[in-house]
Design a protein around this ligand. Sequence first.
Ligand code: HEM
Length: 410
Amino acid sequence: PLPVRPPSGCPAGPPPHANLLDRGDPHTAFGALRATEPISKVSLADGSWAWLATRYADIRAILGDTRFSSDPTVPGYPLSGMTGGGNTDNRGFIRRDPPEHTRLRRMVTREFMVKRVEALRPRIQRLTDDLCDAMERTRERTDGPVDLVEALALPVPSLVISLLLGVPYDDHETFQRLTGTLLARAVPDAERAAARDELRDYLDRLVTAKEAAPGDDILGRLITEQQRTGEITHDDVTAFAALLLIAGHETTANMIGLSALTLMRDPEAADRLRRDPALIRGAVEELLRFHSIIRNGPRRAATADIEIDGHLIRAGEGVVVAVASANRDDRVFADADRFDPGRPNAQHHVAFGYGIHQCLGQALARVELQVVIGTLLRRFPAMRPAVPVEEIPFRTDMSIYGCHALPVTW
Ligand code: HEM
C-alpha cells in the first residue's frame, strides 16, 4: 500500500506517493496511477515533492512543451534522487534550455546521425565478435559461469563511446567506477561529490592534453572547430565529455543485460528472431519499450502555470515524467505489460524521451543493441542464466535500471 502521509512542504491536494520511484518494479503502482490518478504527487528522497505524470499522452504533452524547463537551477526543479544529485555547475546541454541547449546540441548532432552511426556497424560487429571470442575462451578455461555484464554488456558501449570521443579505453575502470558512484542513489552525498570531482579532474586533464594535440574524434573536433574559434570554453568541452561519456555507456549497457535476460527466458521469441534476423530491429524497439531503464525521470520544472489533463501545474513546481509508465500505457500499447517482439507499434515508445531533449545517442544505442543481440542469438543459442532469476542482482539502487551482474552459462 502507498503511504499517505504528505511530506513537509507539500500543498493541499491528493497525498503524494512515497518511495514509488525507489522500487525495482514500479509497474504495478504506475498502472494503478494511470487508471485512477494520472497526474499525481510523489515524494522525493529529501522530503520534497513533485508532480508525477504517468500517462503516455500527458508525458508527450509535457516533454513537448518547452515551458517545462530542463534547467536544474530553475526554481522547483526536482533534483532529489537524480543522477549526480544536486550538481548544477558546468552541466551538459541535457540540463539546459533553449537557446543555449539548441546552440550546444547542434555542435554534436551530426556526430550521432543515423548515416554516421550506420557506418560504424561493421566496427561494432567486429568488436562484439572479439568480446564473444574472449567469453568462449574464459568459459573453456574456467568451466564456470561468465558475467555477461562485465564480459559484453558494459565493454561494447564503453569501447564505442571511448573511441568516438577520443577517451583512452585503458581508463575505463576509472570512468566506469566514477559513473557507477554518480548513478547510485544510496551513496552518501559526500561520496558522490567526490566521484564528481574526480571525474571532472580526469576529464579536465584529458581535455588539456587534447588541446595540445586534438585527434580526429568528437572531443578533438569540438576543440578545433568550436573552442579555438571562441564558441565554447575548455570547461564546455569537459562538460560535453562528461555528458557523452556517462550517457553513452551506462544506458546501453543496462539495456543489453536486460535484453539478453529477456530473450534467454523467452526461448520462443529467441527462436523466432534467430530464424528471421530481420525481426531483430523491431524486437529492439520492443525491448526498449518494455524495459524503459530510466525509471525516475526525466524531470522538469514548470516556468508558467500550465494545465495538463485538468491539473494546474504552477510555475515553480517540479514534474517527474515517468517515461517507463508511458511505455506501459494500454491506451497506446495493447496488453502493454506483455513482451511481444512482433508488436507493430513498439517504435512509438518514449524510452529515449520526446521533444527537444530526445536522446541524441539513440541511433547509436539502436545499432549497438541490434548487433549485440543478433550476435548473442547466433553464437550462443544455448545461453542461459547460471543462477535463479531471484539471485540476479538487479539495479534497484540505481537511477538507471538493469542488472549489476548477469552470470550466464551455455
Ligand atoms: C537524452 C535515454 C543511450 C546521449 C536522453 C533522454 C533519454 C535517454 C530518456 C532524454 C532526457 C530528457 O529529456 O531530459 C537513453 C537510453 C539509452 C540512451 C534508454 C540506451 C538504450 C544514449 C547514448 C548516448 C546518449 C548511447 C551517446 C552519446 C544522450 C544525450 C542526451 C540524451 C547527449 C541529451 C539530449 C538533449 O538534452 O538534447 N537519453 N539514452 N544516450 N542521451 Fe540518451
